[in-house]
Design a binder for this molecule. Sequence first.
Ligand code: AMP
Ligand code: MG
Length: 329
Amino acid sequence: MITYVLPIDNVSLEMAKSEIMRSGVVAFPTETVYGLAANAFDTAAVEKVFAVKGRPNDNPLIVHVHKDYDLSELVTEIPYYAQLLAKAFLPGPLTMVYKSKDTISKAVSCGLDTVAIRIPSHEGAQRFLKYVDVPIAAPSANLSKHVSPVTAKHVFDDLNGKIPLILDGGKCSGGIESTVLDCTGKIPCVLRSGLISREMIAQVAGECDEYVFKDGEKVRSPGMKYKHYSPRCETVLFGYNDREKAFELYRAKSLQGVKAFLMCDDWVAKQSGCPDILNLGKNENEIAANLYDKLREGEAVAELIIAVAPQKQDGVMVGVMNRLKKACG
Ligand code: AMP
Ligand code: MG
């Protein structure tokens, strides 16, 4: 199969729609990462998404809709706090889990009685979703367990020959996956942290819990139990306070002839004196936006990535640290 990478225009949108309507899958950009899209009503298409990625079949997909889509087609109830949150943060990188009306394919939610819904803000994503005008089930458009894609090239590197079309909307500005928020209880509860932080949600909703997995309990967001986001080279992660040890390891490895790269924020990069740096940037939004890009850049050139955690650990950095820990085993 030839994989076309095309800018988003009427021609590529028409191609995308015809693929989606005949149970095909295509990749599209969002403000977080690129998604692999299938018609959420179409079980054969949804199964194709799992097969193309090699995704475990108990890890449910997020359903993406355009901003004017009538959610009452998909969910039974939207609590008042969720309406406030939607007003504050949507379209944007916040996925909200509701009780499902069971109108979409059962393959999307992997047997759960809930459905996760997202309204992306990326202009190209909105155009695509409006053009196809069906709810789109989409995980990240990478091979399962590999680093999520934030450019069309990243998608091509993983899925060339496996999908017919990648809609190219440039580099994703957000860089890490959406916050997943359970909106089925009295209080919203963060299942996966992301760019909309728990603190931001609590400010609007009054309160917000954070899900912590307890041994023996049935996991509420099945995706969280899987190893994710791994680059194809060795990785090791140091805490911010252990950064001197990271610099020492870099020097020792370099002396042994191991191609090591230090991955850290701009501030630590300047202290390190190391020449081979994957610089994540100056502030939390830059760090989130660059994380996957730098992990992919790193795996292409490095035998070992030595990551140093940023000093700041709250807000968006909760999501960044969650990804960084998973990337570094
Ligand atoms: P990904 O597609 O890789 O971004 O992962 C989607 C995330 O959303 C995973 O962590 C899933 O477990 C989570 N998710 C999707 N649907 C649901 C749902 N109905 N309830 C709880 N979590 C969900
Ligand atoms: Mg993913």
